[in-house]
Write a protein that binds this ligand. Structure first.
Ligand code: CA
Length: 227
């Protein structure tokens, strides 16, 4: 999934990015409200983590901006003061939850998991295509009951393909979901990750679960599921 982190304190921003990336999310960082709103208008995010205290305009403004545009994503606010007024202001602006600084990263990860689960209950359901299953909550991947170890990018790639089983997932969509904008990998990089994924799930023989749609993207073949 793709996460927007809006935080002007560089050290904390870097720690948040690392935490989100460690659980497989692609991350964009914005140090101020202006850039955050630009990003929100341009990219499909699954979650935003918003600091209230930003230079010039506040995180509350960004929150209102997202809600005014009817962006359907959970928003976690980071507030500096543990006062009722601050919490109410965040929730009034459209935030789904808040964390008071300083907080433990473990606490943040727990809140993020809860938000994603609450926001879209089906996002936590085990995904199945044929004899392959992926549990988004635990990250466990099984093929024919045998556990498969996948690297972070391969697991994220598999997840986006499985969530869209039966549909073509264009390369641009894969890029959007798995890479932040600094990375800009070319199609060759996607091809390499698909190759690694196919090898990991032993998908080298026809009929493959992962079908290449030449010049367009990839599709997990849901038909195999019913065979
Ligand atoms: Ca701040």
């Amino acid at each position: 999934m793709r996460v927007l982190i809006v935080e002007d304190e560089q050290e904390l921003a870097a720690a948040l990015r690392e935490a989100m990336e460690s659980i497989g999310h692609a991350v964009d960082l914005a140090p101020d409200a202006e850039l955050a709103e630009e990003f929100l208008a341009a990219y499909p995010y699954d979650l935003a983590i918003l600091d209230v205290m930003l230079p010039r305009r506040s995180g509350l403004d960004v929150c209102r901006f997202a809600r005014a545009r009817k962006l359907d994503l959970p928003i976690l606010m980071l507030t500096a003061r543990d006062t009722l007024a601050d919490k109410v202001a965040g929730l009034d602006a459209g935030a789904d939850d808040y964390l008071v600084k300083p907080f433990e990263l473990a606490e943040l990860l727990a809140r993020v998991r809860a938000l994603l689960r609450r926001h879209s209950p089906r996002k936590d359901a085990v995904l199945r295509v044929g004899d392959l299953s992926l549990d988004p909550a635990s990250g466990e991947v099984l093929r024919g009951g045998t556990p498969i170890r996948l690297a972070r990018k391969e697991r994220a790639l598999l997840e986006v393909l499985m969530r869209n089983a039966g549909r073509i997932v264009p390369r641009a969509r894969i890029l959007e979901h798995l890479w932040d904008m600094d990375a800009e990998p070319d199609p060759e990089v996607i091809r390499a990750h698909v190759k690694l994924l196919r090898r990991a799930i032993s998908d080298r023989h026809e009929p493959r679960l992962i079908e290449t749609v030449h010049g367009v993207g990839y599709r997990m073949n849901a038909d195999v599921q019913d065979a």
